[in-house]
Design a protein around this ligand. Structure first.
Ligand SMILES: Nc1ncnc2c1ncn2[C@@H]1O[C@H](COP(=O)(O)OP(=O)(O)OP(=O)(O)O)[C@@H](O)[C@H]1O
Ligand SMILES: [Mg+2]
Length: 286
């Protein structure tokens, strides 16, 4: 656990940064489970909502507030009362809603869209992002005060798997233990030299696929693993014309998206990422 007991048990806001599949959601849930909070863990992926719906998703709305508001909606800020609100892909939050959320964080009061009344709610906020938020602040896409408020100095970057060779071995070993199988050490060594653009999610997905297609209880290097070699080859090929790992990742996602007939759900399945994450990469290109 990257945070100590005092931080986990306090109500301080936390910010988790890292590429897709590095374990931000997994860690947020673990932090909640190890805190003393009695309320629920509410996960909202902000990139899944259109700009007009984000506000009512967070703050709720009263019946008739807008076309389509046929009933009252409580909203995530009140649903998470006395618990943890995990705001995933916080970089997707528009400036106007950042301002409103900042007011809530200072006052603890929620006014649903179209409502006269304000309600109290106490939440522990954990935010996650695959983007460098300091850059968004510099570009004027994120309020500086909002950035400081959500990180409060407690910020943690989850490293990509390709930079954490030891973690690759750990994930393989714990997968083997959970599934009562063994993984050949030569195979682990091979995995330690793969790119894993989808990080832990991709590695676990790959191990699952391999376990299903293996007859015995030991996983050895075979043709399924060679497809990972193809991933490396593709990355090397596009590395020539681009500069950063982020660009390699974005271009690879675009390529898979085109090759699978531009179907977001299919592309996301192949890449081992969520459709929302793939959509956010595609948005960066456009
Ligand atoms: N430390 C870990 N040990 C075992 N499994 C893990 C660990 N961290 C993450 N995982 C698993 O890896 C997968 C991806 O993790 P997670 O969904 O938390 O990534 P993420 O960073 O939130 O990705 P995204 O940005 O796409 O939302 C999940 O299936 C999760 O259970
Ligand atoms: Mg996540």
């Amino acid at each position: 656990m990257p945070f100590n007991k005092n931080i986990i048990e306090s109500n301080v806001s936390l910010l988790l940064e890292g590429e897709t599949g590095t374990g931000k959601s997994f860690l947020a849930k673990k932090i909640h489970e190890n805190s003393n909070l009695l309320g629920p863990f509410i996960h909202v992926n902000l990139s899944s909502f259109s700009l007009s719906l984000i506000e009512s998703e967070l703050f709720g709305h009263s019946k008739g507030a807008f076309t389509g508001a046929v009933t009252d909606k409580i909203g995530a800020l009140r649903e998470a009362n006395r618990g943890t609100l995990f705001l995933d892909e916080i970089d997707s939050l528009p400036i106007e809603v950042q301002t409103k959320l900042l007011l809530f964080l200072d006052s603890g009061l929620v006014r649903p869209v179209g409502a006269m009344k304000e309600y109290e709610s106490q939440v522990r906020l954990i935010c996650a992002s695959g983007q460098n938020l300091k850059k968004l602040v510099e570009q004027g896409k994120m309020r500086k005060d909002f950035f400081f408020r959500i990180s409060s100095g407690f910020q943690y970057s989850l490293a990509p798997l390709r930079k954490e060779k030891e973690k690759i071995a750990q994930v393989c070993m714990s997968f083997a233990q959970d599934n009562n199988i063994q993984v050949e050490s030569k195979l682990i060594h091979y995995y330690q030299n793969c790119e894993w653009p989808g990080n832990i999610r991709q590695l676990i997905g790959h191990l699952r696929k391999k376990t299903i297609s293996t007859k015995g209880r030991v996983l050895y290097f075979d043709e399924i693993d060679q497809s990972l070699g193809h991933d490396i080859a593709v990355s090397n090929e596009i590395l020539g014309g681009v500069k950063t790992l982020k660009e390699v990742q974005t271009q690879y996602c675009l390529r898979v998206f085109h090759e699978c007939g531009e179907k977001v759900s299919e592309g996301a399945r192949i890449l081992g990422i969520t459709p929302a994450t793939l959509r956010s990469y595609l948005r960066q290109i456009n």
